[in-house]
Every structure is written in C-alpha cells, then in structure tokens.
Design a protein. Structure first.
Length: 190
C-alpha cells in the first residue's frame, strides 16, 4: 500500500469519529434528561445531596448506653463479625500488621500508635485513645469519621453488630477496658 491508501484509511477513521461525536452532541441537545426528584434505590452509607445543595450532612447517630449494652452483648456474634475485620487486621496477641494494624489491645490504645504500621496522615492527626464511643462511630463509617483514612472498609451499619464486635474486641486484650457504668435513669416527666 502506498501513502495515498493509508491517508484514505486515516481519513475514514477520523471522519467516523467526528460523525459519532456530532450525533452524540446533537442527541444530548435534543433529549435532555432530567435528574429524578427521588432516588430509585438508596445505597446504605452513601449521603445523597438534595437538589440545590452541595452536600447532605450525615445524621448524627445516638450512642448506646455502653454500660447497659456491653454486658449483654453477644461475644460469639461479635467474633463472627470480626471475620470481616480479619481480612485486613490480625486480632491475635502479638500478631503481625497486615493491610491494617494489629488489633490486640485496641480499646484504650492511642490512635495511630501501633508500632511498625504506616498510618495515613489523616489518622496520624489525632492520637486520642480508642474508646467504646469512638470505635462505635468509626466502625459505622471510617471515611466519615476520619476523612482521608487508608481504611477502605464501607462500615458496619448495624448497631448490634458494632456492639457485639466491641464486646468481642474487649475479650482480645491483656487487661480488658472497663465497661462504663450504666447511665443514670432519666427522671420521669409529668
């Protein structure tokens, strides 16, 4: 083939691409699709921006009374939930860091303090200890609690799963963190 034939092939390909783009732009201009007012299916854990606003703030979840729920939590169910954690974390005493840090003695341990693990700068920004409340919130949505964390886990949306997991993690400690006392009963209103 000479260069004239190659020019004809290249011209045909470019002409076809231009034709496709022109048809696409024309159909987008003629058939403008409106965004639905209501979503057809809601994906749990994904915040939906309302029309006219830039972002919807997630609703703050009320914390359970850990003094009441932890003593009655199902540790066996928590161990089952922990299987999800063990894909990236080791929970055994003296276990290795995996994709995530080792979780033995995690309750009460300062954040981003596991030796030998490289934490994200977002996680390194706060060294407050992991409490039942902070782990409860973090396990629901790690990215919402610590934006920029390397933990890509979508979260545990079930409150009972998180409580059971905390009860199980409490058993995976040399000296289990004390359970806070139950909250005082609220006075009855007349």
């Amino acid at each position: 083939m000479d260069s004239y034939e190659w020019n004809k092939i290249a011209g045909a390909v470019l002409g076809s691409l231009i034709f496709v783009l022109v048809v696409r732009f024309a159909t987008e201009a003629m058939f403008e699709v409106e965004k639905p007012a209501k979503e057809a299916y809601h994906v749990e854990g994904v915040a939906v921006a309302s029309i006219g606003s830039s972002a919807a703030a997630p609703a703050e979840e009320a914390l359970p009374d850990f003094g009441t729920v932890l003593p009655t939590a199902d540790v066996t169910a928590g161990k089952t939930v922990a299987i999800k954690c063990e894909q990236c974390h080791d929970i055994s005493k003296g276990g290795p860091n995996k994709i995530g840090p080792e979780l033995w003695n995690v309750i009460g341990r300062p954040r981003a303090s596991e030796p030998g693990f490289s934490f994200s700068s977002a996680m390194n920004g706060d060294h407050a200890p992991w409490t039942y409340a902070s782990l409860f919130k973090y396990l629901k949505s790690p990215q919402a609690v610590v934006p920029g964390t390397k933990m890509s886990f979508a979260g545990l949306h079930s409150e009972s799963d998180r409580v059971n997991l905390l009860a199980y993690l409490r058993t995976q400690e040399d000296s289990p963190a004390p359970i806070p006392p139950p909250a005082a009963a609220k006075p009855a209103t007349k």
